[in-house]
Design a binder for this molecule. Structure first.
Ligand code: AMP
Length: 372
């Protein structure tokens, strides 16, 4: 597999599939580099539409709209991993799609993704394929309990998954999951969750941001902290895992690798939980906490420009404003050192990501010019 080489010049146009906050922040980063974006999304209220001059509001299955969109742009990228395969195929026949279309096949399917990670010799939780209540029994015998059953496709923020404990009725669990393709994973008693945001260019350069530590609430990311409270050695292992994954995928762009840190008598170990083939919520701290953001790195990578060497400005915290958290925005707006990002979404529904706040904790440096 060899990634397509693209070299954009200022004024060229990037097509972004998906109109959420990730698309919005990608378009803002592109604008700073003199590049234009056109956003494709079926939702007329897409947050990314607000920040671009040209948008296509159409269904992902609308072949004519996809063809017109492809004709308007120089390269296509995406801000969510569930891009329908047929849409990606239509676009890839007309314009370079980065990261490459085939990567979606691996990352859209939890089983294919785990098999891929395992094939690289990288550890994951024990897992088994589940297609029926009979195979669920076999999977439980193999993986043990407690375990987590997840639909193979279209799961996010804890949707399409549940924990199975000793004594649970497996037939009922299977009925309630309402799928024919699932994966059973051993429940990981993790010490912490971390992620690595890595960027890879078409010529194979990889730049990782400092490892981030993530806390979830109701399965939704609540806070990220960089750097993670782990040893330098474990952080180096985490970055190495992300680099090996990006290289094996011949990836061009930014990807996130979520990992669990587990500890036993032999010390801490890493297990890969998930790969996101896109910019990621746990990398939002880079907007204000590093010299280059994950969004800019992604734009540079798909534009065929050199990647930056990100330097972190200090210890950084990112807090998501979820649902009605946003009602408290004036507190954050006036907090010293805080930077507020709002996504322009109208209604604060429960669980909806409305914005985020970054705080950079810089050690106080006395400024001699301020001395009386
Ligand atoms: P996922 O959709 O796979 O990213 O899972 C969402 C969240 O559920 C993770 O961030 C973990 O907090 C938790 N989780 C997922 N899989 C497991 C597992 N095998 N063991 C323990 N917790 C898990």
């Amino acid at each position: 597999m060899t990634a397509v080489q693209v070299t954009l010049k200022p004024g060229d146009t990037i097509g972004i599939l998906g109109g959420g906050q990730l698309g919005r922040m990608l378009a803002l980063a592109a604008a700073r580099l003199g590049l234009r974006c056109q956003v494709f999304s079926p939702d007329p209220d897409s947050p990314a539409f607000d920040v671009v001059q040209h948008a296509t509001c159409a269904e992902y299955a609308d072949v004519e709209a996809l063809e017109l969109f492809a004709a308007d742009v120089d390269v296509v990228t995406y801000e969510f991993e569930n891009v329908p395969a047929a849409s990606a195929l239509i676009l890839a026949a007309r314009r370079p799609v980065l990261p490459a279309r085939g990567i979606l096949e691996t990352t859209q399917d939890r089983l294919a993704e785990k098999d891929f990670v395992t094939s690289l010799g990288i550890a994951t939780a024990p897992y088994a394929d589940v297609t029926s209540v009979e195979t669920l029994h076999a999977a439980v015998a193999k993986v043990g309990l407690p375990a987590v059953i997840k639909t193979r496709r279209f799961g996010y923020d804890g949707k399409g998954q549940r924990i199975i404990r000793d004594g649970d009725d497996l037939a009922q669990v299977w009925d309630e999951l309402a799928t024919r393709a699932a994966i059973l994973e051993g429940f990981v008693p993790f010490e912490r969750e971390i992620s690595v945001i890595a960027a890879r260019s078409h010529d194979g350069q990889v730049e990782c941001f400092d490892v981030t530590e993530n806390e979830h609430s109701d399965h939704i990311l609540k806070t990220s902290r960089a750097p993670a409270s782990i040893s330098d050695d474990l952080a180096a292992q985490a970055r190495d895992i992300a680099e090996r994954i990006a290289t094996a995928l011949d990836y061009v762009g930014v990807l996130a690798v979520e990992m669990f840190v587990v500890s036993d008598a032999s010390g801490p170990r890493l297990l890969v939980n998930e790969i996101a083939p896109r910019v990621h919520n746990s990398g939002h701290w880079t907007l204000d906490g590093a010299s280059i953001s994950q969004f800019e790195q992604h734009i540079r990578a798909i534009a065929g420009w050199p990647l930056g060497k990100p330097v972190r400005h200090g210890a950084v915290t990112m807090t998501n404003l979820i649902g009605h958290d946003v009602d408290d925005v004036s507190h954050w707006l006036t907090l010293p050192g805080a930077t507020v990002h709002l996504y322009g979404k109208g209604h604060a529904r429960r669980g909806r990501k409305m914005g985020h706040v970054t705080q950079v904790h810089v050690a106080h440096v006395e400024n001699p010019t301020n001395k009386p």
